[in-house]
Design a protein around this ligand. Structure first.
Ligand code: C2E
Ligand code: CA
Ligand code: CA
Length: 722
């Protein structure tokens, strides 16, 4: 799984709408713009409102200063006009001596009237008012003329004439003035009322306008706030969704490009993080499902249901690299690893080739898994068993080429266990196939065959082995075990030198059970310790029985590697020897060469301890364990027992004779007695004798003996001339 997302793909998907294009890409800018616009809108609204208020204020101010003033002036004018007549009358009736102040008053009045009238001239904008004013000015002029005439009569001391001028000219003129002045007042009042109404309307308009503007601002602010919030919350929600997807293991769908810089930066970081997680997960998966040595899938991967199609019948081939343990121990683990890798690679190559050529189903890709050590499993879908066998032959061919590791040429020898879904062709789960293939592999190895198909009979045999194990403990205690003895003869004198003790198991239900069958299982479970102890006791008893007439005979007991690893083994042997009072060197212990190689260092220590007791030690099945000469020289042993596979038919095989000769010379070179096992014919005996072998053991000399047969053989032995 790879996150299909990079910073580039994030950036390349541009936002599309106009709004998105105008909208700043930075969250900070976006918020600043949002709030800035709100503040600006409010300021605009405030400015407009104050401008409106100011215009209304101007209006009222003008109203208060100009219009009202004018009205007051016109009213004052009326008052002066009214008072002017009365003042003139008072002047006419006043005695001469008191006239002077009266004149002052009348003059003052006239001056004020003039002042008001001339002030009004500049102030009236209304053409109708101006006309009224002109008439007023004309009436004023008439009044002034009449006034002068009246004053003349008064000063001429003709009250009668003064009165008549006053009545004929002054009063009508004043009347006229008053009339015009009142007309002015009315008109001004109208104007003022009109102005007041106008101001009122403007105020109402203003209130409406401010309300509307406030509403607009509120709506705009709302839209802006919503938009800003959404433009911030939206991308964050995308981010949250992306984080949830990642948490759910979906690394393929990247966070959407939001157009908000900060959020996209977090998205990029998230994308990088996702990639890192995906890479790490892939690494974890690799560690969990792949074997680091071969880079092949492991057992967990093989058994995972997701690895296989559930609808196709499968076949499973189990491959086991022979003698890996020995190779590891003798040629080193690096060589072992190279071998394992080679087997993996070659098997994989054959399977892939078979899938691409159509020999096996390519739809269900074959899986080659490394299970452990030298064990591999190939799982695939094949039409029939003959195809599987053909595939096995192809693998065999691929393995034919020996591998050269640090100067050694090593053969890749494999055993195969085959299992499939059976004739029904039904799907069987892989774990069952694997178990069946293991049973088949075991059967193949046991029968020394290259391969075996799984059968239910094998399963039964396997199960019986398992039940055998539980019977073994009972066997030791309830005397189902027997000790058989196979004599060994000197090739120099022809006389018996001793014998090997071999265990037999007479099972109450199954009858005779071969040691080759139960000893390996007993070794695996640790029950072998009981068998060894029982055999040692029996062997020592026999040595005690033989001692009076044939004290020169030795008896060899097979000791398993498991016994050797037991720290108390040596002291138990010592106790048994002391208990029976047998000279220690009469007891020989046989140790299998390959077993000694499992833990060379502790084996050497254990052998030294046993050798210190005085018992003789033999290396059994020599030649099958790849021991190095240097290692053998460290072992405190007395005898080499050459495995019977080297002896079998040696008379007809010059190559084997050379090998045998080298082995015998090598044993002698180390000061050891050399015994050949499994000598069945005179011809074989002749060859080993000619090659200088010391002792022979085999059916030619004697089969393993027990009971009366053993007694008869013993009785027939020629007594030793002392
Ligand atoms: P081994 O130690 O190599 O024992 C020799 C085996 O070769 C014996 O088989 C013997 O019967 C057989 N044999 C002897 N001469 C000939 C011959 O001329 N031709 C052929 N083909 N075979 C011959 P056996 O008794 O079945 O034992 C098999 C193996 O079981 C032994 O191989 C040994 O590894 C193991 N074993 C037997 N008894 C014991 C025991 O008491 N303790 C332990 N730990 N292992 C034992
Ligand atoms: Ca043996
Ligand atoms: Ca042997």
């Amino acid at each position: 799984m790879k996150a299909a997302m990079t910073a580039d793909t994030l950036n390349s998907r541009g936002p599309d709408s106009l709004w998105s294009r105008l909208w700043p890409r930075r969250l900070g800018w976006r918020l600043a713009l949002g709030f800035g616009s709100l503040v600006a809108l409010m300021l605009v609204a405030l400015a407009l409102a104050s401008w409106q208020i100011r215009s209304v204020t101007d209006l009222t101010q003008r109203f208060a200063t100009q219009d009202m003033q004018r009205l007051l002036r016109v009213q004052a004018l009326s008052l002066y006009i009214e008072g002017a007549g009365t003042a003139l009358l008072r002047l006419m009736n006043a005695p001469r001596e008191s006239r002077v102040p009266q004149y002052t008053e009348v003059d003052e009045r006239n001056r004020r009237m003039d002042g008001i009238v001339s002030a009004l001239v500049d102030q009236l904008e209304d053409p109708q008012q101006e006309q009224t004013l002109q008439r007023l000015v004309a009436a004023r002029a008439a009044y002034f003329k009449a006034f002068v005439a009246t004053v003349d009569e008064i000063e001429g001391n003709d009250p009668q004439a003064a009165m008549s001028v006053y009545g004929d000219q002054v009063q009508p003129a004043l009347q006229h003035m008053l009339q015009e002045s009142n007309a002015l007042i009315n008109r001004e009042r109208e104007r003022v009322e009109h102005q007041a109404m106008q101001a009122n309307t403007r105020l109402e308009q203003l209130a409406l306008w401010v309300a509307l503007a406030s509403l607009m601002v509120v709506i705009l602010a709302g839209v802006l706030a919503l938009r800003t919030t959404r433009s911030v919350a939206g991308p964050l929600a995308h981010l949250e969704a992306a984080a949830r997807r990642i948490a759910a293991g979906d690394y393929a769908s990247p966070p959407q490009v939001t157009g908000v810089q900060e959020v996209d930066r977090v998205s990029e970081a998230l994308a990088t993080m996702t990639q890192a997680i995906a890479a790490r997960e892939a690494e974890i998966e690799k560690l969990a499902f792949f074997d680091p040595l071969t880079q092949l899938p492991n057992r967990t991967f093989l058994l995972r249901p997701a690895t296989h199609r559930q609808d196709t019948p499968g076949s499973l081939m189990l491959l086991d690299l022979a003698r890996l343990k020995t190779i590891n121990e003798t040629l080193g683990f690096t060589t072992g690893d190279t071998l394992i890798k080679a087997v993996g690679q070659r098997t994989q190559a054959v399977l892939m080739q078979a899938a691409s050529s159509g020999l096996i189903d390519g739809v269900q890709p074959p899986v080659v898994a490394h299970l452990s050590g030298g064990r591999f499993a190939a799982c695939f879908s094949a039409p029939d068993r003959s195809t599987v066998e053909a595939l096995r032959l192809q693998i065999e061919d691929a393995m034919a080429q020996p591998l050269v590791c640090s100067g050694h040429s090593v053969d890749l020898s494999l055993a195969y266990g085959l299992a499939d879904s059976g004739a029904a062709g039904a799907h069987i789960d892989v774990s069952t196939l694997l178990r069946n293939a293991e049973v088949a592999l075991y059967a193949a190895k046991k029968a020394a065959l290259g391969f075996a198909w799984y059968s239910e009979a094998q399963e039964a045999a396997r199960l019986s082995h398992l039940s055998l194990l539980s019977d073994l403990r009972a066997a030791v205690t309830s005397s189902q075990l027997q000790m058989w003895v196979q004599p060994k003869f000197s090739l120099h004198t022809g006389r018996a030198v001793g014998a090997e003790a071999l265990v037999r198991w007479q099972h109450p239900q199954r009858g005779f059970v071969s040691p080759a069958e139960f000893v390996p299982f007993a070794e695996q479970t640790g029950y072998i310790g009981l068998v060894t102890h029982w055999m040692l006791t029996q062997a020592l008893r026999l040595l005690v029985a033989w001692a009076p007439t044939h004290p020169e005979l030795s008896l060899s007991v097979n000791v398993s590697t498991h016994d050797l690893q037991d720290p108390d083994f040596c002291s138990r042997v010592q106790a048994l020897i002391e208990q029976h009072g047998v000279p220690a060197h009469r007891l020989h212990l046989e140790l299998v060469e390959s077993g000694l190689m499992q833990d060379p260092q502790s084996s050497v220590a254990a052998l030294h301890a046993l050798r210190a007791l005085g018992v003789h030690l033999s290396i059994d099945d020599f030649g099958t364990g790849y021991s190095s000469l240097a290692y053998l020289q460290q072992l405190p042993v007395n005898e080499l027992k050459i495995d019977r596979s080297f002896v079998d038919g040696v008379d007809g095989l010059p190559g084997s004779q050379r090998l045998l000769k080298t082995m015998i010379e090598m044993g002698h070179g180390m000061g050891l007695s050399v015994t050949a096992e499994g000598v069945e014919t005179e011809a074989e005996k002749a060859v080993i004798t000619a090659l200088g072998c010391d002792v022979m053991q085999g059916y030619l000399g004697s089969r393993p003996l027990h009971g009366a047969a053993l007694q008869a053989w013993f009785d027939a032995l020629p007594t030793t001339a002392v």
